[in-house]
Design a binder for this molecule. Structure first.
Ligand code: SF4
Length: 458
């Protein structure tokens, strides 16, 4: 058996792709290792959403060069940077053996055979036509040991947000037939999975034979599934039907990630986001009417070209008004071939120090709001799905609330149990408490030592 180490950068789509890579490589007798120095094959599953992610990839490649020199390990680069920058990677990093795009994951065995047999550098970044694209079917055995799992429902994006590289790296939207999604969800329950997160770049424009709202409702009805989540969504596709699904089905967890990106209409127009702040708030109001306790999180870009102090203050005020449970905020960085990168000179760059100061101010606000929202939970008893031992204290248990908030607690329930936890303290990032009862046990006993492929997130 040979060993593969996969270093995953970026989002949950990439985490999911890493799982599919591990499965494809199992047919070549590669098993996952969490230690790069032990690997015969190192793959970097890259992200190009921000410039920093690319820099991190290059610095990781520098570190893995030693493993190549010492063990002769093969090195491959996959994911979004590979799709967009294949020539630059091959030129800049002569010890990379192969480069493959997101559509070529299933071709990994074939790519490796060519690299090993012919000793050539291989590039495989062709798009698969939407009509012929086949989603890799997950092997449920690789999810053994997990109470919660991702399920891909679509790939690509048909929007043209001017800052975003995804349409260039992941191609057009393709939805996975709903029957395939439901079959995969059912197969995951046989190894103990009780919660699934349906993932795609813009899941609420799903067109796999039924609407996304119907897909959520059908997923919640799969025997053995207790919780359903999804990510990520574009506000203009947040339909009334989806809002209604939150009213109808309590197994759809009360957390909605709804990226707003900016609180200024002028900036939203330049971003090509296709909604105004008022429209965004109207959709949010409907959602909160359907599920009053819902936790809303968001993405915000600070320092987009042309963003004035006044524009930024509107984003700041919106954060205060919505009281997000959390947000992923980043300073704008131009990405290749995007509309914003091409028009930055015309719209006006925001100086780096201004961007950083705005980001720090926004992060401080969000930290205060998250702390306040979590503090309001203290004293309450909430449902938690047990995912394993606490990462900060192995004698404690770890899981998440319906709002997707991390909870560390004293208790003894096994992975996959749904427990009631009384909350005693909080921080901006997590909650802490003690187990007071076990609501339901998993139908499959899940081993404590996870047997899933190791993922190294950066
Ligand atoms: S909706 Fe916009 S930000 Fe999201 S993936 Fe598509 S183009 Fe990128």
């Amino acid at each position: 058996m040979k060993r593969v180490f996969i270093h995953t950068f970026g989002c949950q789509m990439n985490v999911n792709d890493t799982m599919r890579m591990s499965e494809a490589l199992a047919s070549m007798k590669y098993s996952p290792t969490p230690v790069a120095e032990n690997a015969d094959l190192i793959i970097l599953n890259t992200c190009s959403i921000r410039e920093k992610a690319e820099d991190k990839m290059l610095s990781a490649l520098g570190r893995y060069r030693q493993v190549k020199l010492q063990r002769g390990a093969l090195i491959g680069v996959g994911g979004c940077v590979a799709q967009q920058e294949k020539n630059r990677i091959l030129e800049k990093v002569p010890y990379v053996d192969f480069v493959f795009g997101p559509d070529a994951i299933q071709k990994l065995p074939e790519i490796l055979q060519r690299v090993e047999a012919d000793r050539v550098r291989v590039v495989e970044t062709a798009w698969v036509d939407s009509e012929s694209y086949v989603f890799p079917r997950a092997d449920p055995s690789t999810s053994r040991g997990k109470a919660t799992e991702f399920v891909t429902v679509m790939k690509g994006c048909d929007n043209v947000c001017s800052f975003c590289v995804v349409p260039h790296t992941r191609g057009r939207e393709v939805s996975r037939p709903f029957t395939d999604v439901l079959t995969e969800v059912a197969s995951l329950t046989t190894v103990g999975v009780r919660e699934v997160t349906l993932v795609g770049q813009n899941v609420n424009s799903y067109l796999g034979g039924i609407s996304f709202a119907q897909l959520l409702l059908r997923t919640a009805e799969v025997p053995g599934i207790e919780r359903v989540r999804f990510t990520t969504s574009h506000p203009h596709d947040l339909s009334d039907e989806l809002v209604e699904a939150f009213r109808l089905q309590p197994k759809i967890m009360g957390h909605f990630h709804l990226p707003v990106q900016s609180g200024s209409d002028q900036v939203l127009v330049r971003m090509r986001r296709d909604y105004t702040v008022v429209e965004y708030l109207e959709r949010l109001a409907k959602l909160r009417a359907a599920r009053p306790t819902i936790a809303v999180t968001t993405d915000i870009i600070v320092g987009f070209p042309g963003e004035t102090d006044e524009d930024f203050e509107k984003t700041y005020a919106l954060t205060e008004q919505v009281r997000y449970a959390g947000q992923f905020s980043f300073v704008y960085s131009p990405r290749p071939k995007t509309g914003a990168a091409m028009r930055e000179a015309e719209w006006g760059s925001v100086p780096h120090e201004v961007k950083v100061a705005r980001l720090e101010k926004l992060n401080a606000l969000q930290k205060r709001i998250s702390s306040e929202l979590n503090a309001q939970q203290v004293g309450k008893t909430v449902q938690v799905l047990v995912e394993g031992s606490s990462r900060t204290d192995a004698t404690r248990r770890f899981g998440r609330t319906e709002h997707n908030t991390t909870v560390n607690f004293d208790g003894d329930a096994p992975i996959g149990a749904l427990v009631q936890v009384q909350l005693a303290s909080s921080s901006a990032a997590s909650l802490s408490g003690k187990q007071v009862s076990i609501e339901s046990m998993p139908s499959v006993l899940i081993p404590e030592v996870a047997a899933v492929p190791e993922v190294c997130l950066t």
